[in-house]
Design a protein around this ligand. Structure first.
Ligand SMILES: Nc1nc2c(ncn2[C@@H]2O[C@H](COP(=O)(O)OP(=O)(O)OP(=O)(O)O)[C@@H](O)[C@H]2O)c(=O)[nH]1
Ligand SMILES: [Mg+2]
Length: 328
C-alpha cells in the first residue's frame, strides 16, 4: 500500500469492503478515486481503481438493460405536479424530502447515502405536490435512468450545500444536465435548435442555511451567481424558508386552483381542480367531466376580475381561487 493515504481514503475503502450491492461498491470506488492523494506513489492504485470502476459499470449496465421494465426509477406521477430534487452528494436532498413530505428516505452524514429515488407528497394548502428524492448526480457515474427520471419531472429543484462551494455545485449540476439536453425553461430562448431538448422550471435551493454564518455564505453565493436563478436559502434542519419553498414551487409550476359548484349549492373548497395558468372555463369543464367539455354552454364565475356570479363563456381564462358554476 502506498504511503500517505488520507483518513478519508481509508474510510472510503472501509465502506467499499462493507458495501453489499454493486451500486454501493461502485460509488465507494468513485469516492476512493476522488479523495486519493495525487502523486507518483498512488499511480498504480489509481489505475487499479479505474479498472475496477469500469468493470463494475459494465456489469451494472448489462443487468439494468435486462430488468428495465419495473425499475425503481419509474415513479408514477401523483398530485398537482412532480418536482425532482437533484444535486451532488450529501447536500441534504433526502433530509428535505423528510422535512417536507410523509416519506422517510435515509439521511446520513456521508456521500452516496441514497441509491434509489423515493417519492413523497408535500401538502401545500389544499393541494399535494410530489417531491422525488434521488441518488446524487455526479460526473463520475451518470445513471441513465436517473436522467430519464429528471427529464419526465415537471420541475427540477437543484439542491446545493452552502458550506461546500455551492457555486461550483450548481454550475456542475446545470452543466451536466445541459449535456443531457435538460435545461431551465428560462434559457429556452438561447437555444436555436430546440428539438430533443427538455426545458423545465429550475429552482435553486441553498440548503444548510441554519444560522448567521450560513446567511453570510448565502449572500456571497448570490453575488457570485452568473444567472438570475430563482433561489432560496433554506434549512432542512431547522425549517427555515420551507413555507416559502412551497409557494415558490406552486408559482414555478404555474398552478392555479379552481372550484366547481352546482347551482344553488356551496362549492367544496377542500377539493380544488388543479389547472395550469392560462387555463379556461372549457379546460375546467373537461376536468370535471368529459361530457361537460363538449356540452358546456356558459358558466358563472366568482373570483378576481369579475363581479359576483358573472356570466362567462368557455374561453374565459381562470384565476387562482375562482369558483365556477358550469351550465350545459
Ligand atoms: N446543518 C445542516 N445539516 C443538514 C441539513 N440538511 C441536511 N443536513 C445533513 O447533511 C447530511 C446529508 O444529508 P442527506 O439528506 O443524507 O443528503 P443527500 O443530499 O440526500 O445525500 P446523498 O443521498 O448522499 O446524495 C446529513 O448529515 C444531514 O443531517 C441542514 O439544513 N442543515
Ligand atoms: Mg440522499
Amino acid at each position: 500500500m502506498p504511503a500517505n493515504l488520507t483518513p478519508e481514503y481509508l474510510e472510503a475503502e472501509r465502506r467499499y469492503r462493507e458495501a453489499k450491492t454493486q451500486a454501493e461498491k461502485l460509488a465507494c470506488l468513485e469516492d476512493m478515486l476522488t479523495v486519493l492523494p495525487k502523486h507518483k506513489g498512488t499511480d498504480k492504485l489509481k489505475a487499479d481503481l479505474r479498472r475496477k470502476i469500469s468493470k463494475l459499470k459494465t456489469a451494472t449496465q448489462t443487468k439494468k438493460a435486462a430488468g428495465k421494465r419495473d425499475s425503481a426509477f419509474r415513479i408514477e406521477k401523483e398530485g398537482a405536479g412532480q418536482v425532482v430534487l437533484v444535486g451532488p452528494p450529501n447536500v441534504g436532498k433526502s433530509a428535505l424530502v423528510v422535512a417536507l413530505t410523509n416519506a422517510s428516505p435515509e439521511v446520513a452524514d456521508f456521500p452516496h447515502t441514497t441509491w434509489k429515488p423515493t417519492p413523497g407528497m408535500m401538502p401545500v394548502a389544499n393541494i399535494q405536490i410530489q417531491l422525488v428524492d434521488t441518488p446524487p448526480l455526479t460526473r463520475e457515474y451518470v445513471e441513465s435512468e436517473l436522467i430519464d427520471l429528471i427529464r419526465r419531472a415537471d420541475m427540477i429543484a437543484v439542491v446545493v450545500d452552502l458550506n461546500t462551494d455551492p457555486v461550483q455545485q450548481l454550475e456542475d449540476t446545470v452543466k451536466l444536465l445541459d449535456e443531457y439536453r435538460i435545461a431551465p425553461r428560462s434559457f429556452q430562448g438561447r437555444y436555436l435548435e430546440q428539438r430533443g431538448w427538455t426545458f423545465r422550471p429550475f429552482l435553486v435551493l441553498a440548503n444548510k442555511c441554519d444560522d448567521g454564518t450560513a446567511e453570510e455564505h448565502f449572500e456571497i453565493f448570490r453575488e457570485l451567481l452568473e444567472e438570475e436563478w430563482p433561489v432560496l436559502p433554506i434549512s432542512a434542519k431547522n425549517g427555515r424558508n420551507l413555507e416559502a419553498l412551497k409557494e415558490e414551487v406552486v408559482e414555478l409550476l404555474e398552478i392555479i386552483r379552481a372550484y366547481s359548484k352546482a347551482p344553488g349549492k356551496e362549492p367544496d373548497l377542500t377539493a380544488p381542480f388543479v389547472l395550469r395558468r392560462g387555463s379556461t372555463v372549457g379546460d375546467l369543464a373537461g376536468k370535471v367531466h368529459k361530457d361537460f367539455q363538449e356540452k358546456l354552454k356558459w358558466a358563472k364565475v366568482w373570483g378576481s376580475g369579475v363581479y359576483e356570479g358573472q356570466m362567462v363563456n368557455r374561453e374565459y381564462v381562470l384565476h387562482d381561487g375562482d369558483v365556477v358554476e358550469l351550465h350545459i
